[in-house]
Design a binder for this molecule. Sequence first.
Ligand code: NAD
Length: 349
Amino acid sequence: MAVFSLSDFADHEQVVFCSDDKSGLKAIIAIHNSNLGPALGGCRMWPYATEEEAVRDVLRLSRGMTYKSAMANLKLGGGKSVIIGNPRTQKTPELLTAFARALEQLNGRYIAAEDSGTSVADMKFMSAITGHVAGIVDKPSDTGIRSGDPSPATAFGTFIGIKAAVKEKLGHDSLEGLRVAVQGVGNVGFDLARQLKEAGASLWVTDIHRDALTRAADELDAVVVPPDAIFGLDVDVFAPCALGAVINDQTIPQLKASIVAGASNNQLAEARHGAELMKRGILYAPDYVINAGGIIDVYHERIGFERSALIRHIEGIYDNLMEIFERARKEERPTGEVADAIAEERFKR
Ligand code: NAD
């Protein structure tokens, strides 16, 4: 199988294939760019149907991390890792130990954090073998001590990002009376919805889990709608917080919201959908800019956690987005394109 000639290969610095017979480990670690610092990114465990699928995923995701960290002004590069296998049946202590040893061999050039199929507990387990894992420190929060889970920081950053988008598109500083549709009220979506509610917004929510919806309806007075109905609601903001590729040829014509701003990764099915949103006058807050709270949280854990410094850093998402919106307006370009250009200016410098 080719690697250098794959369309997802983007001048990656290093791609490491790791295997361990005894534990069955098959993993790939990709370091896209380390100009700004060590490459930090999640470790995903997934039963990929083919090796090519795994390679493409790790190449694409690691590149995305370079842009996300550069945009968030972190002294970090972009990396990601994938373990091929089913996390429910194949994630054993032996396998995690073998993976932690592989991380150790990279000497800190790549730092792993939790992702789909891995957990804070897995990172804590591996931290006994290697120091090159992150998202493991329990931290103070509004509601007591929270684990290394970055979701509350992601939700806070997304809330700040929605404020920036509302300022740009609607000219308001306040969210009082804002109508927001939240797709997915899981870890990030629920916490985001709570902050929006506290700021005076009205909420419409959807999810595929009944418990999540009942909680949002009971605690946040949110109106519950079926999954397919979330796109066409007469709201100001559509906030995708469930899955990727939700802005596509089928959903764009349904949107009545004038802002798309949420926490999901890879919201645009294809880059051209960013241009399509612009054509329709819909302001898009680029996903990796607005959802950077989690990586900022993990970064602060590594530089010595201080809560007020973390909050200030996450609040910087507002200015980052304003810079993007302003440039996109002046240059008449899609916001996603402008965000990529700014990130490249930062990490290629
Ligand atoms: P989560 O699994 O806790 O929540 C996702 C929610 O979406 C779940 O409640 C799930 O039932 C629901 N969902 C799944 N498919 C759906 C569908 N078709 N329609 C409606 N709801 C659906 O995940 P999370 O940690 O809250 O992350 C949400 C999104 O934000 C993901 O795309 C994730 O990649 C992204 N993100 C998360 C973080 C973080 O810190 N957790 C950081 C950056 C980006």
